[in-house]
Ligand binder design. Sequence first.
Ligand SMILES: Cc1ncc(C[n+]2csc(CCOP(=O)(O)OP(=O)(O)O)c2C)c(N)n1
Ligand code: SF4
Length: 250
Amino acid sequence: MAIVYQKSKGLTDKEMHYCPGCTHGIVHKLVAEVLEELNLLDDAIGVCPVGCSVFAYDYFSCDMQEASHGRAPAVATGIKRVHPNSPVFTYQGDGDLAAIGMAEIIHAANRGEKITTIFINNAIYGMTGGQMAPTTLIGQKATTAPLGRDKDLCGGPVHMCEMMSAIDGAVYVERVSVNNIPNLNKAKKAIKKAFELQMQNAGFAFIEVVSTCPTNWGKTPVESMKWLEENMLPVFPLGVYKDVEEVASK
Ligand SMILES: Cc1ncc(C[n+]2csc(CCOP(=O)(O)OP(=O)(O)O)c2C)c(N)n1
Ligand code: SF4
C-alpha cells in the first residue's frame, strides 16, 4: 500500500508525555519535519529547557543537551561556537525564556548568535502547576494570581517578538500559532526559514508559537484552542516582526 503519511525521522518512537490538546507535541513534529527536510538531522543539536518540554531530549532523534532553567541560549551559544557548522536550536517555554531566562535570550540575540530559538508561549507555567508567567494575560487566572493578573500589581504580558525585533543581532523574528491548518503550515514555513537563515550564517532567529496548556487553563483541548483564538491572538498578533532579507530587498 502506498504510504501517505509517515512520522518524521526527526522524532524517536518514545511516547510523548504531553497532555491531550497540548501544542508542544505539534511543534515538536514541525521542528522534526523541518530538520529532516533540510537534511540536518545528523548535525543538529537541540537544547531543551526546564518546563514541560524538558523531555524533548527523548523525543527528538538529533543530538540534544539539557540546560538548567532559562539557560538554554547560553548553553546553545557555547555549543554553536564549538560546532559552528552544526544547526543549533533552543526550545523554550515562556517561564523558561521570558522569566528566569530573559537575560540569556536578550544577550544571545544581541550578540547575534547564529542559533534558532523556538519559543512556546502558553501564557502560564505548565510543568509546575499553573503559576503566572510573564506572558499571562491581564485578568487570566493563575495559581499565583487567583483573582486574575492585575496590571497595576504585575504589569502586562511581555511581548517577546516585539522586543526581539528591536535587537540588532536578531535577523528573523516571527510569531506563529498551530491553531488551524493554514497557521500550522505558516508555522512550519517560519521554522524552516529560521533554520535556513542559520545555515547561511545570517544571525539569531526567533520563532514564537502561541500555544495551549489545557491542563492549567482548566479547559478541554477544544475549549483551549477557542480560548487561544479569542484571547491570546488579539494580545499576541501573528506575523513577521523582523526579516532582514526583506529589509535588504527594499
Ligand atoms: C532554577 C529553577 N527555578 C525554578 C524551577 C521550577 N520550574 C520548573 S519548570 C518551571 C516553569 C516552566 O514553565 P514554562 O517555561 O512556561 O514551560 P511549560 O511547562 O509551560 O511548557 C519552573 C518555574 C526550576 N526547575 N529551576
Ligand atoms: S501541563 Fe500544560 S504545557 Fe504541560 S504538557 Fe500539560 S498541557 Fe502541555
